[in-house]
Design a protein. Structure first.
Length: 485
């Protein structure tokens, strides 16, 4: 491990780059770090790299630990996971990554745990519980380097680990080779705080599947992993661009509704071996019976669909197969977004990512991964305008709120776990209220503005989608719009 020396202003520089919560935690630790060179020397005989016993407090945010496992897995012999009463659901994701590293690299990381019957809210109780157990583990791994990773857990937990590590190192009778480290996903560095302060650049890059698995999701499938699906997407790329350029939002919304009625994503999911042909939607409550004949004829000539009229009104549409129904129900915008970023180097992409958490399935339209950051893009082609209710009011607000909630709910869980960003790509204009809801939910919007009022910041139009993605790759995040008064 090649280390890069830190400038004297290291603590201030590091803290400035960290989120507020982490800066506060690190401030409390730095004041106790030994400053004299003599105090920071490791025990004699430890000049070579040794196997690590790495100690980590399990929390909701396990991504830093997984990144450390991927970078230092060749040295980690035992991973000791401290579980409080309320944080025992994350160990499975860590153990799954350990198994992946064993299969991929042959690294044997033995995951052990220390279960606490409380949540570690009291410094005295936490230290009383952990100090003897960690000393016992240290005695059994005297030839190891003891690495205390303070990234996870609360400030109190970090302070307890810091003090136990320092006690073990400073014991005049039984000095141990203890290290304290912090993983900064913000600066993409591993910060070593004890015995000497230095940083090591993050050299690991997780893929989309690993990110989602660490977040507690099972990846069932990706459309972009299917060669036949990619071939179909390439064959209709010109049609996709044509849809994007059309100035007929109402007509596209009507087609979207008919296609969505025919396409059931759970029964007709377009896997190459199970694509269903001739999926049909009949006139039903809520489906409009008018549609421009020229668009239907155009799609019929392409072999995409057939239709029947009844007294000049649309009675049914039969789509050539479930994949075309998926495409016309909104999949074309997902594919358009895919093609906008397909040639950006260093960007990992996943289209139509079907995930499962417990018994709850979900599908993410487009997932992008770059430098251990995740961007979840939800693409919407249908209008959010609702019909008039019985009292004459519009249901639009309710529909917009529902869409924002569904997008924000799953994306927020992914963002928290995987240091991610969430984005709504809407082909239809959005109201000022919808844009305000997006801002409040930290949801970035790419859409045409509905109005030109100065009360709500207008999102950028879809034509600038690629530029926004490149900005995210460069900056690591996207700035939220300012609230206008």
């Amino acid at each position: 491990m090649m280390a890069k020396a830190i400038k004297p202003s290291y603590p201030a520089t590091l803290q400035a780059a960290m989120p507020v919560w982490h800066r506060l935690k690190l401030t409390l630790l730095i004041r106790n770090l030994p400053m004299s060179h003599a105090d920071t020397q490791p025990p004699a005989g430890n000049t070579e790299e040794k196997c690590q016993l790495r100690i980590y407090v399990i929390s909701d945010y396990v991504m830093p630990l997984v990144l450390a496992m991927h970078q230092y897995g060749a040295l980690i012999d035992t991973l000791l996971l401290i579980e409080t009463r309320s944080k025992r659901g994350q160990v499975g994701a860590v153990k799954k990554q350990a198994e992946y590293l064993r299969q991929a690299h042959g690294w044997q990381i033995d995951c052990k745990d220390i279960k606490l019957d409380h949540n570690g809210e009291s410094y005295a109780r936490l230290k009383q519980d952990l100090a003897p157990r960690l000393r016992s583990w240290a005695d059994r791994h005297r030839d190891h380097q003891l690495v205390f990773d303070i990234t996870g857990g609360t400030k109190i937990m970090a302070l307890v680990l810091h003090d136990i590590a320092k006690d073990l190192r400073d014991d005049p009778d039984n000095r141990f080779d203890t290290q304290i480290t912090y993983t900064s996903t913000e600066t993409e560095e591993f910060q070593w705080l004890l015995p000497d302060q230095h940083e090591e650049p993050m050299q690991v890059a997780l893929d989309i599947r690993q990110f989602l698995e660490v977040s507690g999701y099972e990846v069932e499938s990706m459309l972009s992993d299917q060669p036949r699906q990619l071939e179909a997407m390439a064959a209709r790329r010109e049609l996709t661009e044509n849809f994007m350029a059309r100035q007929e939002p109402n007509h596209i919304s009507i087609l979207n509704a008919w296609a969505n009625a025919a396409y059931n994503p759970h029964k007709n999911h377009p896997r190459p071996e199970t694509i269903k042909n001739n999926v049909r939607a009949d006139k039903a409550s809520g489906l409009p019976d008018y549609f421009p004949r020229h668009i239907l004829e155009e799609l019929k000539d392409r072999g995409i669909l057939s239709f029947k009229l009844n007294d000049g009104k649309l009675a049914s549409i039969t789509f050539a197969n479930a994949d075309w129904a998926r495409y016309l129900s909104g999949g074309w915008l997902e594919e358009w977004a895919w093609w906008q970023v397909e040639d950006i180097p260093g960007l990992s992409r996943g289209l139509g990512v079907r995930i499962k958490r417990g018994e709850t399935p979900n599908e993410l339209d487009l997932v992008l991964c770059h430098r251990n950051r995740l961007l979840v893009v939800e693409a919407k082609t249908a209008t959010l305008k609702g019909q008039k209710n019985k009292r004459g009011g519009s249901k639009r607000d309710a529909k917009e709120a529902d869409v924002m909630y569904k997008i924000g709910e799953i994306a927020s869980r992914l963002s928290h776990q995987a240091y991610g960003t969430k984005m709504l790509l809407s082909w239809q204009p959005l109201s000022s209220k919808a844009l305000d809801r997006a801002r409040q939910g930290a949801l970035h919007v790419v859409a045409h503005p509905e109005t030109s009022d100065n009360k709500t910041p207008a999102p950028i139009p879809p034509a600038q989608f690629r530029a926004r993605i490149e900005e995210w790759m460069t900056q690591g995040r996207l700035p939220l719009p300012r609230q206008h008064r």
